[in-house]
Design a protein around this ligand. Structure first.
Ligand code: CA
Length: 267
């Protein structure tokens, strides 16, 4: 399959720094959003380490069929295992950066990654950055937040809407750079031409509900307009946090196609 991609990261209206970041790696079909945390703008350091580490590992290991030095999950395809391992290594790199420079203590980052080979996308995440699929007018969330409020939703104590407005909505139960071990959730999704995939930080999803996102994606404009529209909608609701949106459009592969890339960053 062929992917068109657009990414926009915006500081929002309330924060001094943008601690989100994203990476688009077209040749490899790898797309990542990370939402950093930690005082003194160190969150952006953690987020950048994570995006770079994931990209570097995939870059190094994709074409080499050497012995597998990591835990290999035989239920998953090779590229899903690569992505899972890349996220684990990103966690190790964030921890190492903290060990090497105590002033970075307390930094961490969430991450969501989408890695497409053939017609199967591996979707991996840690924390509350999300992946959605928009297909035939239906929006499906592909990731389950690693947050305290999500646990309350699963247990039936809070509705999804209550969780979105809850004072503890930002409390993540898993992050890169947190506990010494990190558990990475990975799933595989068979993609179809016409699908749209959205990767985003919680700055989007705390400001917009699924219905708002669906409406915006259903307007059927270009990817860039949809990306900018989502960010503008989040800011129109108050823009309390950094907002990052990566949109991926799946198309039929065409012989000799030039792959298109559209990368935009605003502060
Ligand atoms: Ca955030």
């Amino acid at each position: 399959m062929r992917v068109r991609a657009c990414g926009v990261s915006d500081v929002g209206l309330a924060r001094a720094h943008n601690e989100d970041t994203f990476g688009l790696d077209h040749p490899r079909g790898l797309f990542v959003v990370a939402d950093g945390m930690g005082g003194h703008s160190h969150g952006e350091v953690a987020a950048q380490i994570a995006v770079d580490a994931i990209r570097d590992f995939i870059d190094k290991s994709l074409d080499h069929d050497t012995t597998w030095p990591f835990v290999y999950d035989s239920r998953l395809l090779r590229h899903s295992n690569l992505l899972k391992t890349a996220v684990r290594l990103a966690h190790d790199k964030v921890l190492r950066a903290i060990r090497d420079d105590r002033s970075l203590h307390g930094m961490g980052t969430t991450v969501v990654g989408f890695f497409l080979r053939g017609s199967v996308a591996a979707v991996a995440h840690v924390g509350d950055s999300r992946a959605y699929r928009f297909r035939n007018g239906t929006l499906d969330q592909l990731t389950q937040d690693h947050t305290w409020v999500h646990e309350q939703v699963v247990a039936g104590f809070l509705s999804k809407e209550q969780a979105r407005a809850h004072p503890l909505k930002n409390v993540v139960t898993r992050a890169l750079g947190g506990e010494s071990e990190v558990v990475v959730d990975v799933r595989e999704v068979e993609v179809q031409p016409g699908d749209l995939y959205l990767l985003c930080s919680d700055g989007l999803t705390t400001m917009l509900g699924d219905k708002d996102i669906k409406e915006r994606l259903g307007k059927g404009r270009t990817l860039e307009e949809a990306c900018r529209g989502l960010v503008a909608d989040a800011n129109a609701r108050g823009g309390f946090d950094n907002v990052t949106v990566v949109l991926l459009g799946i198309e039929e592969p065409e012989e000799g196609d030039e792959e298109e890339e559209d990368e935009t960053e605003t502060e």
